[in-house]
Design a protein around this ligand. Structure first.
Ligand code: FES
Length: 153
């Protein structure tokens, strides 16, 4: 007869149950730790981009609006100002890397994470951002709005 202390349980059965419990605990620990480790050590992201990208088609955007485009492995922000001038810059906030957005009510670039503000040239105006956003060049090629990295002089 078996009792609750396990004294009457056969050793083979006990080892099997202990193995199941140990395996379950191990699987639980791995399922908890894996996402934590992936967060702490993010995968390396290759910058797939070249030095220019077609960010929009001519006529696609209305004045005083913006769109996020992909520039390599990072987001870029393309603006069409109320005056009809294209501007482009990195959309990665220089504070803690949130994605910024154009505020057409303020005519400024805004980071929602900590209320950082930039002007239309990407210069940091207020809030915690320590540096300007990287500014890009914009030119038209046919009906394409092409954004390119500024070259060092
Ligand atoms: S991440 Fe943009 S203001 Fe903090």
């Amino acid at each position: 007869m078996e009792n609750h202390t396990g004294a009457g349980v056969k050793p083979g059965r006990r080892r099997f149950v202990e193995g199941l419990l140990g395996g379950g605990l191990f699987a639980s620990a791995v399922s908890f730790l894996y996402p934590v480790l992936r967060y702490i050590v993010p995968p390396t992201v290759a910058d797939l981009g070249g030095d220019e990208v077609v960010a929009a088609k001519l006529g696609e955007m209305k004045p005083n609006s913006s769109k996020i485009f992909r520039f390599g492995s990072h987001p870029g922000l393309l603006l069409l100002t109320a005056d009809g001038e294209y501007r482009a810059m990195s959309a990665t906030c220089t504070h803690l890397s949130c994605t910024v957005q154009y505020r057409n009510d303020l005519h400024q670039v805004w980071c929602a994470c900590h209320n950082g503000l930039y002007d239309l040239g990407g210069r940091n105006l207020s809030g915690p951002p320590p540096r300007p956003l990287e500014a890009f060049q914009v030119h038209l090629r046919g009906d394409e709005v092409v954004v390119s990295r500024k070259r060092e002089a």
